[in-house]
Design a protein around this ligand. Sequence first.
Ligand code: GDP
Length: 304
Amino acid sequence: MFETLSRGFRQARNRLAGLTELTEQNIDSALREVRLSLLEADVEMGVVKAFLSRVKEKALGRTLEVKVKHAGETHEVSASDHFIKICHDELEAMMSHEGEEIAWAQSGPTGIMVVGLQGSGKTTSCAKLARLLQEKEGKKPLLVAADMQRPAAVEQLKVLGDQLKVPVFNIPGASPVEICAAAREQARKQGRDVIIYDTAGRLAIDEPLMKELSDIKAKTKPENIFLVVDAMIGQDAVKTARSFHERLELSGVVITKLDGDARGGAALSIKEVTGAPVLFSGVGETTDKFEPFRADGMASRILG
Ligand code: GDP
């Protein structure tokens, strides 16, 4: 899926092939290729500029190092290897995050509020997260069906919960805020140690949605707020993340549909633009297709 992104780095490597020196001229020529492919892959303009200038600055710094090694007849040194290594490190830094993906509660169940626009893959990601925590962390999650906006969402979560043997909590006729507020007591009764709130989606960001989500946040005080965004919507995913982060202070982003033919720009831009890191990625429709987002692995895949 990263073909558009990869192409520019491949062409940059070709431009530097056989050269043993990184000069301003050949760095600029390599970066022109990278620039085009980043823009084509929907990486946000400001992010592209910042990335290119950081790579250039570091590459110029390496010029001396390459020359010295060359004079010392260290033949394995190549300008292209140096350049690609710098790109790798910068890509990784743009996407990496500190510490664990999940902030655990000091006492009582850990709350994970999951928010996102309709169709982003929010409900599916709640179930995937429950599965991951159950299988990999030995946790006992409770899924809370509070997306009353999309009529089928509650049923969808129940079906997924049944498959995973994870209980799904809902109060028919109650408001999403009431449902979420009652979930903690339910978790206590059922001995569950993680509560995953599947909140209301909308087709677009609007005030009633943000108000409802803010109310749920205030009532449940979750340790984590994850926004689910669809990689296929490119730069709109970044705009969505910015708006949600401004209102809700996200702890991180789940980026879905990375298995599709998305160009990957959103994965690269989100942390740089919003400050909220991508923590998980959805890589398929079934509940096993979910993984922690690894910045180094992603950088390596992009560089081919
Ligand atoms: P919601 O409206 O945000 O709750 O979205 P859903 O969870 O219902 O997902 C919308 C569609 O996207 C469904 O058809 C899901 O199967 C699909 N979907 C969700 N995550 C992924 C993913 O990572 N990869 C792919 N290919 N499809 C996904």
